[in-house]
Write a protein of this length. Structure first.
Length: 550
């Protein structure tokens, strides 16, 4: 049996990516393909242009390269990161609006009893086993180097004013895959009694490693609870940055996790899978006390309206924050996860059965594959691809008339995440996703090829669209009278030679565009509803229409 099948049979994985409490947009992206044993986190470098665009390019390139099992694991991670680096750099050179965009990447391939890691920047990878939490990666930053060398404590690093600086990044310059001091490759052993945690610095700048270890052990056996609890802990501590967590565990981990040694939860990284312990539990206690003080201070600052109003917000960002508050994530707490698309005990063979059984607050998790059916998502239910980008919704054969791939409505909101909708000449899709009601969140979706509208928001409805790719020849987002939408961190590109606007408004509809990449359109980007005076494009990245196109 192949290593890929072995990983798919035994590994349980989950992820969560969140903008945090302070930032309006999310420059992080997870990379999750449990079937292939591929896990990663990508963080658009804060302060540089179009960090979320760089992250989206990197994710697409990495998944495409790693889908081809050519070469050793080391060669694959090196090549995937190097190709992503050079593609980001070339695109930034072609488009002045994207000049300087970059990201940092931590990427892992699990193959048999070995783990191969490719790492650039200050994301982190931890392995958790019976002896506790071990950090395998090294921070490519001035503060991280000092922390790894035990010159400063973890608490001092978390408070350091230069903690967000990095001296390695992906996309800043052209690099060869074998270039020294670019991709750090780490090899480590793997067993079914271990768990794997990858995260961006939005977690580790807020939550000490001892607390991370306790949270993982406390929720062992439920990967989604682990990911959610870690993100919640970062936000409870202030949520000063985007935070992304990718977590996977072997089948034997949950039974042994409660017996992990608490004093072993602050381990430093070492080369090639060799680990060494940090100092004793007194230091861990100091970290815990310091972490509580830091959390209290950050909460006070973030909670002070006077502080933030004194700083002064850019008008467009303030509008985005206000609108996201009104249409944000009001879905009730999750109660169950219903698995669909697989013939297994306790799972549903098709998505319709799972959605019929779902109640508000439930998550319907789609297994990889094609789903030739219209999908109606009930109010308050999350519909999430287990592996983003591997679930494709298509029009079934023999269906006449106009066809909408997905509908989602109601007043309780809910998420749609990681799903791809593909329209073809033989099976055309008229509307990709139709939203009615309030509070829908759409994350990491793709709508590809000819459609009348990729996303349609019905009258007086609202939606937040984040980190998605819309490649269509017509309208990307259509808002009916009174509809509202926030679009942040998306790539919206024109397929074909037309020059229509990507966003269409009717009546009093309103849209906020924040840090999107708009490519291949004409001079008007939002039409109808008096939009040219309402919509501020300065926070977005506009690529010129292809030369010579009409």
């Amino acid at each position: 049996m192949s290593e890929t099948l072995a990983v798919e049979r035994t590994l349980h994985a989950a992820f969560r990516s969140d903008p945090g409490r302070v930032r309006a947009n999310n420059e992080d992206l997870p990379v999750v393909d449990a079937a292939q044993g591929v896990f990663g986190v990508i963080d658009g470098v804060g302060g540089s242009a179009a960090g979320e665009v760089a992250a989206a390019i990197a994710r697409d390139v990495i998944l495409h390269r790693l889908s081809r099992p050519l070469g050793t694991a080391q060669e694959r991670v090196r090549e995937a990161i190097a190709i992503a680096n050079n593609e980001i750099y070339r695109r930034s050179e072609r488009a002045p609006e994207l000049r300087g965009m970059s990201c940092v990447i931590t990427l892992a391939i699990l193959h048999g009893d070995a783990l191969t890691i490719g790492h650039v920047g200050d994301g982190r990878l931890y392995v958790i086993g019976p002896s506790g939490l071990r950090k395998l990666t090294h921070d490519h930053s001035p503060v991280g180097e000092r922390e790894d060398a035990a010159e400063i404590s973890e608490f001092e690093a978390m408070r350091h004013p230069r903690r967000n600086e990095v001296f390695r990044e992906v996309g800043g310059a052209l690099h060869d895959k074998d270039e020294e001091d670019f991709v750090e490759v780490i090899e480590a052993p793997w067993s079914d009694e271990q768990a794997l945690l990858l995260c961006t610095d939005g977690l580790t700048d807020m939550v000490p490693s001892a607390a991370i270890g306790r949270i993982v052990r406390g929720h062992a056996g439920d990967p989604q609870k682990v990911a959610d609890a870690l993100v919640d802990a970062a936000n409870d501590a202030g949520g000063a940055d985007n935070v992304t967590v990718v977590y996977a565990e072997g089948p034997g981990f949950a039974a042994l996790a409660p017996h992990a040694t608490p004093d072993a939860l602050t381990r430093a990284p070492a080369a090639c899978g060799e680990f060494s312990a940090q100092p004793n539990g007194d230091r861990a206690s100091a970290f815990r006390r310091g972490g509580r003080l830091l959390a209290a201070g950050v909460r006070w600052i973030v909670g002070s309206r006077t502080t933030w109003f004194a700083v002064g917000a850019v008008a467009g960002v303030a509008a985005a924050l206000g609108l996201m508050w009104r249409v944000g994530d009001p879905a009730p707490p999750r109660t169950r996860t219903l698995v669909a698309g697989i013939a297994a005990p306790g799972a549903f063979p098709d998505v319709a059965g799972a959605l019929a059984a779902a109640q508000p607050g439930d998550v319907v998790q789609l297994e990889p594959g094609e789903y030739p059916a219209r999908i109606d998502v009930p109010d308050g239910v999350d519909l999430v691809a287990r592996v983003p980008g591997t679930v494709t919704v298509r029009r079934p054969a023999g269906v006449a008339g106009s066809w909408i791939a997905m509908t989602a409505g109601g007043s309780l909101g809910g998420r749609l995440a990681g799903i791809r909708i593909e329209s073809t000449a033989d099976a055309p899709v008229d509307i990709g996703i139709q939203v009615r009601g309030q509070g829908r969140i759409i994350d990491l979706v793709e709508v590809i090829n000819p459609v009348n509208a990729a996303i349609e928001v019905l009258p007086s409805s609202s939606v937040v669209l984040r980190g998605s790719i819309l490649e269509v020849p017509g309208v990307a987002v259509r808002l009916e009278d009174g509809a509202q939408a926030v679009l942040t961190g998306n790539i919206v590109s024109r397929v074909g030679r037309g020059r229509g606007a990507p966003v269409s408004l009717a009546g009093s509809a309103h849209v906020v565009l924040s840090r999107n990449a708009l490519a291949g359109f004409g001079p008007v980007f939002v039409e109808g509803g008096g939009a040219p005076t309402q919509v501020d494009l300065r926070d977005n990245f506009v690529l010129a229409h292809p030369r010579g196109a009409p």
